[in-house]
Design a protein around this ligand. Structure first.
Ligand code: ADP
Length: 321
């Protein structure tokens, strides 16, 4: 295969640039032509496709966000628009596509592959860590560290005022960010969508901590659980401590990618090119037990998650006491 394209799609994540850089540099080193697609599938439909050289990816490894830009493109669910995108790629002789994004982006790539014969490789790019077939996604570690930094700052003020702070973090339907932040940041309570716990349990925990002489609580609330303000309202009826809510929001998406995310993205980017060079497609790349692995791309929505979140949740509860 001589010509490939790379795009970032769905929500941005720190480390996407490192992945794009690796795809471009490895492909160029192998004598391939590499094309960048701007604004995800939107740019593919609107022909925002350009040939890349080394200068397009120089100085980007430490930058958050994505230099290729990303967008949501609902039209891509319509085969008519996918046919236009396919034509834009084919007129340049592009045969292989690397898409860095989440499972929605993988679905788009899978359809493009089945309908128009492209070889596609999906790389997991999302802060949420919610992709089946990989232990970690590109961006998760950086985001986790951003949350930890905010937690430390909130703890200073929470202790000084003896408050309970509910901190809402991202993660879509996954509790990984909230749970890992609890484990790594010494959180005092955690609510995740995978495990339903009555609010009474959290209230009891808070009261028990005060009885032990603890002055503050930082409780991580995964966005998938529901509105943190609603939880605040319910909790206030059950505890006497002052409760405040903080929504960390889009701060979590930004920042220079961590070393872990850069290495992960770089290795995955290189692997994607190797797969395409060998004529393989229809796969996603993951990391499992510290090894790069591949799964059929549909594994992201048909497979079963390996991660036993309940075990880590129970550990977190033990440590929250
Ligand atoms: P993510 O890739 O992070 O899961 P989205 O679900 O928003 O994010 O998907 C990103 C893009 O992928 C969408 O804007 C759309 O262009 C494309 N996409 C998502 N789902 C499908 C689908 N079922 N069929 C075709 N394209 C899709």
């Amino acid at each position: 295969m001589k010509k490939i394209a790379v795009l970032t799609s769905g929500g941005d994540a720190p480390g996407m640039n490192a992945a794009v850089r690796a795809v471009a540099k490895v492909a160029l080193a192998k004598g391939m032509e590499v094309y960048g697609v701007r604004r995800g599938y939107l740019g593919m439909v609107h022909d925002e496709i350009f040939q890349m050289n080394g200068s397009h990816v120089s100085g980007i490894i430490d930058r958050g966000g994505t230099v290729l830009l990303t967008a949501r493109c609902l039209e891509f669910k319509d085969p008519k628009f996918r046919a236009i995108a396919a034509e834009n790629l084919k007129k340049r002789g592009i045969e292989g596509i690397v898409v860095v994004g989440g499972d929605g982006s993988y679905r788009g790539a899978d359809l493009l592959s089945k309908e128009h014969g492209f070889k596609v490789v999906g790389l997991p790019g999302t802060i949420d860590n919610d992709i089946i077939g990989t232990d970690y996604t590109i961006g998760f570690d950086t985001c986790l560290n951003t949350i930890l930094d905010a937690m430390s700052k909130l703890r200073d003020t929470a202790t000084s005022h003896e408050r309970t702070i509910l901190m809402e973090v991202m993660g879509r339907h996954a509790g990984d960010l909230a749970l890992h932040a609890t484990l790594a940041g010494g959180g005092d309570g955690v609510l995740i969508p995978e495990i339903e716990e009555p609010i009474e349990m959290l209230a009891y925990q808070i009261k028990e901590r005060r009885r032990q002489g603890k002055l503050h609580d930082i409780v991580l609330v995964a966005e998938g659980v529901g509105s943190v303000f609603e939880i605040e309202k319910q909790l206030k009826e059950k505890v006497t401590t002052e409760v405040r809510s903080v929504v960390l929001a889009h701060v979590q998406r930004g920042g220079t990618p961590s070393g872990f995310d850069r290495v992960l993205a770089t290795k995955m980017g290189a692997k994607a090119v190797e797969l395409l060079e060998a004529g393989e497609g229809g796969v996603m790349v993951g990391i499992e037990s510290n090894e790069l692995v591949t799964h059929p791309i549909s594994f992201a929505w048909e497979g079963k998650r390996k991660y036993d979140i309940r075990k880590d949740y129970e550990l977190a509860l033990t440590l929250c006491k």
